[in-house]
Design a protein around this ligand. Structure first.
Ligand code: FE2
Ligand code: FE2
Length: 280
């Protein structure tokens, strides 16, 4: 059926220089040290725990957004959804390889924790709008963590350079597409209350899954890390300033009724990464 009237605008103009662009990358982290983050087993396994959430999580994001494909009529947003799906597809594949290095045959079991989101039971109990709201919440999560990782080099300075390369690449692409799921949610009538409530539940479950995976990965090592490794990890994550304490104000931004991911224009961080990446 032909549509009457002009096509509604559903997308948000991206800052200058921002282009949602899937990049094929090559990483050579296979031969890196086992404790590649700060020579600290707890910090390393925590990063690996986050990585375990990505493959299934990102497939879930793509499915949640694509469910509303027919409701997206703005050709700009339509193109952004395709690019978003391509980026997340690449992240899922790359992090799966990364996870195999970290956990070998246990990878599927660890990845299955986020895979619960895609389980037929979850599909039955979570409406498409709730699945999209979970996606928007987790995309905000990845966006604010990406911002901090790109902004403060002290974190990637702790990492083996090839690992840092993977995390920075992912952070850049998360920043580029940070508003796509949000714009789709808004375009299909997603409201404030659902967004705010779902963010709180999702944050709790995200923290729980991360801790569970960290415990699983440490148990796989079969060796209890030294107390100072735990203390150092807690300091990097929650100390003063501490990664998660620094991103907390950005987490709170999400609860403003007029919030939009690009209200915080951090496109300069992408430009810096591009310049550095091109130089290397
Ligand atoms: Fe991603
Ligand atoms: Fe993403």
């Amino acid at each position: 059926m032909a549509m009457a009237g002009p096509v509604p605008v559903q997308s948000t103009p991206l800052p200058k220089g921002i282009d949602i662009k899937p990049r094929r990358m090559k990483f050579a982290y296979e031969s890196s040290a086992d404790h590649w983050a700060g020579d600290n087993p707890v910090l390393t396994r925590f990063m690996e725990a986050l990585s375990m959430l990505f493959p299934e999580g990102e497939r879930f994001f793509v499915e949640s957004v694509k469910h509303y494909r027919d409701k997206i009529v703005d050709p700009v947003l339509e193109k952004q959804v395709v690019a978003f799906a391509a980026q997340e597809g690449m992240h899922a594949a790359e992090h799966h390889k990364y996870n195999l290095r970290a956990a070998g045959p246990l990878t599927d079991r660890f990845e299955g924790i986020a895979g619960q989101l895609r389980h037929p039971f979850a599909r039955r109990v979570l409406s498409p709008m709730n699945r999209l709201a979970i996606t928007v919440a987790l995309e905000h999560f990845t966006a604010i963590m990406a911002d901090e990782l790109l902004r403060d080099p002290s974190y990637t300075d702790l990492m083996d350079p090839e690992h840092a390369k993977l995390w920075l690449w992912h952070a850049v692409e998360e920043t580029e597409h940070k508003a796509v799921a949000f714009d789709v949610y808004r375009a299909v009538g997603g409201g404030y209350l659902r967004r705010a409530v779902v963010m709180q539940i999702t944050t709790f479950l995200f923290a729980l899954a991360s801790v569970r995976l960290l415990a699983g990965l440490l148990a796989k090592d079969g060796k209890r890390p030294a107390p100072r490794s735990f203390a150092n990890f807690l300091d990097v994550a929650f100390g003063s300033p501490g990664f998660f304490r620094k991103v907390f104000p950005s987490w709170l931004d999400y609860f403003r009724p007029d919030f939009h991911p690009w209200q915080k224009d951090n496109s300069d961080l992408i430009a810096k990464w591009k310049a550095r990446y091109a130089a290397s």
